[in-house]
Design a protein around this ligand. Structure first.
Ligand SMILES: Cc1ncc(COP(=O)(O)O)c(C=O)c1O
Length: 412
């Protein structure tokens, strides 16, 4: 039998697909994201000059520990004994000696009562906000905090107010708007991932303390690099001796620790609450044991270098200062902040992408960060330093960047 004309018609697109199609069709080209495959040490598939390896100026592997032999060996050994995955939640059968050892080592290192591991920093932040705020709370968040913290605020149902980026006077004004007796939570980061900037953490903690507000500090990009021995910029604020307390410190293991996963560090009370009540902690497969073992080996490296008097964080900060000076001397806008994240603020998304392409053509990997990840009109090329960059990298970068916009003298 011949198929009828009506049967040959494609089926109508279901309404849920129509919504997705409309949203994708409305996405301007400059906002369209693409997955890029990058194999460290190998040539980029996109690179014209085949065979030239791309130099990584984009990842957050600040200390180069993801490829450290001791970190790799620890992860391999754990995989051989424990298997690759934990197979269950921490509260079922997923808790392993590697988790306990890492939690204890991090708690000792940071001087906090207890640490709990999470499979990712995104999840840790979700858990942290929902532990410290509920629908009756007021959350005051820096205007530029990470998306995971905002997701936590939405999940908590709390009222959200934003304060100016690192603007403590604005925060103080807003703290006064809380209703008497209302639970208050302040959210900030110690090194903002797209800005490279840091708040005055001591003053921030003291302000929260004086208003009875809990402070959640995301140290994702600072741990291992900034603060005493890489312990973060919030190190020392643990409420002892009546000093201000950072209620929860959030850290990831996928950046300077060269592994994956994350943790929250705090006092015994808040950590016990998380264990008993937090969905993002309880209802998820535990961090893969090889990642926990790799992160512990990375922590031991960081501690050993501190003991030897050669903390890599300090060397990285010195390099960051030289790179900022070098960029400013070449008439590029001096990247804000002092840490290893150097955003080259160019404003225009098209120009940021063009710079990314110029770098790639010269064998360098630096990524254009565009709205909506950053505010409209503030697109940037995000450059990230690692302690093990080859010498001459800054000169290669300056030559690849070419002439800055509005440059009024001859360009080499
Ligand atoms: C400031 C900040 N917090 C949290 C996260 C999430 O960490 P993870 O990559 O471990 O999920 C990131 C990662 O991009 C981050 O930059």
């Amino acid at each position: 039998m011949e198929p009828s004309a009506s049967r040959a018609q494609p089926p109508p697109t279901p309404p849920w697909q129509q919504v997705l199609q409309r949203q994708l069709a409305g996405l301007p080209e400059l906002r369209r994201r693409r997955l890029r495959s990058f194999e460290p040490g190998k040539a980029s598939a996109n690179l014209q000059a085949a065979g030239v390896p791309l130099l990584d100026l984009a990842s957050n592997d600040y200390l180069g520990l993801s490829g450290h032999p001791a970190v790799i060996a620890a992860a391999q050994a754990a995989a051989a004994v424990e298997g690759v995955g934990a197979g269950a939640s921490r509260l079922v059968s997923g808790s392993r000696p590697a988790h306990r050892a890492l939690e204890q080592a991090l708690a000792d290192w940071l001087g906090r009562e207890r640490v709990l591991l999470f499979p990712s920093g995104f999840q840790a932040n979700l858990a942290a906000v929902t532990a410290l705020a509920d629908r009756h709370s007021l959350v005051l968040a820096d205007r530029l905090i990470h998306h995971s913290l905002l997701t936590g605020v939405r999940a908590s149902g709390a009222r959200l107010q934003r304060f100016g980026h690192n603007d403590l006077a604005d925060l103080e004004r807003q703290l006064q708007t809380a209703r008497p007796g209302q639970r208050r939570l302040v959210l900030s980061e110690s090194l903002f991932s797209m800005q490279g900037t840091s708040p005055e953490v001591g003053a921030l903690a003291a302000l929260c303390h004086s208003h009875g507000a809990a402070l959640l500090l995301d140290e994702a990009h600072a741990l291992g690099v900034l603060g005493p021995g890489g312990r973060g910029l919030g190190h020392g604020f643990n409420g002892q001796g009546g000093q201000p307390d950072i209620a929860l410190v959030s850290g990831t293991l996928g950046k300077a620790f060269g592994s994956g996963g994350a943790f929250l560090a705090g006092d015994a009370l808040v950590m016990e609450w998380l264990l008993q009540f937090s969905g993002p902690f309880r209802y998820t497969t535990a961090l893969a044991p090889p990642l926990a073992a790799g992160a512990l080996a990375a922590l031991r490296q960081i501690q050993a270098l501190e003991r030897a008097g050669t903390p890599q964080g300090s060397a990285l900060l010195e390099r960051a200062r030289r790179w900022r000076d070098g960029l400013a001397a070449a008439d590029w806008p001096r990247p804000p902040g002092f840490g290893p994240i150097l955003p080259l603020l160019v404003g225009d998304a098209g120009l940021a992408l063009e710079l990314q392409h110029r770098l790639e053509a010269a064998g360098l990997l630096g990524v254009a960060i565009r709205p909506p990840t950053v505010p409209e009109g503030s697109a940037r090329l995000r450059l990230v330093l690692r302690h093990n960059l080859p010498s001459g990298s800054l000169e290669r970068l300056l030559s690849a960047l070419g002439c800055p916009p509005q440059h009024n003298r001859p360009c080499s």
